[in-house]
Ligand binder design. Structure first.
Ligand code: SF4
Ligand code: SF4
Length: 381
């Protein structure tokens, strides 16, 4: 049985966010149940790419500040913070998100996320080696400050996926080519969470991101903060809140199968506010399983014709090439082409592994995930 605190919070007003986070953490036994004064604590927000806080792409600075206050008021002051962004260097992303300002106010240094070391993990059920950022290795404890968003690969991205930012630099991209199948990628994420073992996960769902997430979607009020030691339980409740079958999120399934967390309501004790008060059936997320894509992906030529894939909106594309550089394959599945309307990314869909790094990183919201007509007719009916 896992406990999750669900706390209503309808604003990023600092005092109200602090009250909400404190209420949730207290319901779970108080902050010193999870971390202690002697520990160096790393706060790990979602800093996916350089975006302002109101885009709902990154963890809001008010949530970061609330957790910092809670820790410092309890005398826990050996704090650092940071993330390994998909695009942009960590300090620039922290600046744009507004988190760097808060960190300066409270005297918290940015950890080193551009360098790291290989960590061998014999206990890993699926993966035995990770490239972990120095900031994570130097910490005694991690608190994950995750964000409630949609995701092209895993449908939703929340608590489990936030830990992927503990892998440093280009190794994140390499992880996609090492684990090109969403099922393997999800199992890897569970092993990574087991290795890092964040002491607490605090999800910012005050404003979530729906639609073309995790970078180019639309902010939507979900008015909630979720707190737990169990990230699978948090992500499962997130799925219920946005009315998608939790089993369509592969990290929920493998998280439970691998004995890491709970993905059934009967195994989750809810503290605080009632789950039913947060259910939003209009939340824009693709309510289809990922299982078929994984199976079909093994049939190279069918894959190009049937499975969901990144697609460019030419009217928005400025030809910057960020998508091509984000592609982790070698050679890449994108080449930049040019016609009368300008430069644009041209896809080799037979090569493409559907990791959606390109769609995540496009700064112009010019990439979306689409299902080809054949796929709509035969697979995703
Ligand atoms: S990143 Fe976006 S805007 Fe830039 S070339 Fe690719 S699709 Fe176009
Ligand atoms: S083209 Fe996009 S989705 Fe395909 S492998 Fe490259 S980054 Fe991933």
């Amino acid at each position: 049985m896992s406990k999750v605190a669900i706390i209503r919070c309808e604003t990023y007003d600092e005092a109200k966010v602090y009250d909400a986070v404190k209420r949730g953490v207290d319901l779970l036994g108080g902050i010193t149940r999870f971390v202690s004064k002697e520990q160096k604590i790393l706060l790990k927000p979602n800093l996916l790419r350089p975006m302002a806080a109101d885009a709902a792409c990154t963890t809001h600075p008010a949530v970061f500040e609330a957790v910092v206050r809670l820790l410092q008021e309890a005398g826990l002051d050996k704090l650092t913070y940071g993330d390994s962004p998909g695009r942009g260097n960590p300090d620039r992303v922290a600046e744009e998100s507004g988190i760097a300002d808060v960190a300066r106010d409270y005297g918290i240094p940015l950890g080193e996320f551009t360098t790291g070391k290989t960590v061998h993990f014999a206990e890993g059920q699926f993966v035995k080696r990770f490239e972990i950022a120095d900031a994570v290795l130097e910490a005694d404890a991690v608190i994950s400050l995750c964000k409630m968003k949609t995701h092209g690969l895993t449908r939703l991205t929340g608590a489990v996926k936030n830990t992927y930012g503990c892998v440093y630099g280009f190794n994140k991209g390499e992880g996609h080519s090492r684990f090109p199948n969403v099922h393997d990628f999800s199992k890897m994420l569970i092993d990574l969470n087991t290795l890092i073992g964040p002491k607490l996960y605090i999800m910012d769902g005050v404003m979530a991101m729906e639609g073309n997430g995790p970078g180019s979607g639309t902010p939507v009020a979900m008015n909630v903060i979720l707190i737990s030691e169990d990230p699978v339980a948090i992500d499962t409740l997130f799925a219920h809140m946005v009315d998608i079958n939790p089993d369509y999120v592969p990290t929920n399934v493998y998280g439970a199968q691998m004995g890491f967390g709970h993905n059934r309501l009967e195994d989750i004790e809810i503290l605080g506010d009632d789950l039913a008060g947060f259910v939003n059936p209009d939340f824009n997320v693709e309510r289809i399983p990922v299982a078929d894509e994984g199976g079909i992906s093994r049939l190279k030529y069918l894959k190009g014709l049937i499975t969901r894939r990144p697609a460019v909106k030419r009217d928005k594309c400025v030809g910057c090439g960020v998508c091509m550089r984000a592609c982790p394959l070698d050679p890449k599945a994108i080449t930049m082409a040019e016609d009368g309307a300008g430069r644009y990314p041209k896809y080799d869909y037979h090569r493409c592994i559907r990791c959606y790094c390109c769609q995540e990183m496009c700064p112009e919201e010019a990439l979306e995930v689409k299902t080809p007509l054949l796929g709509k007719l035969f697979i995703y009916r």
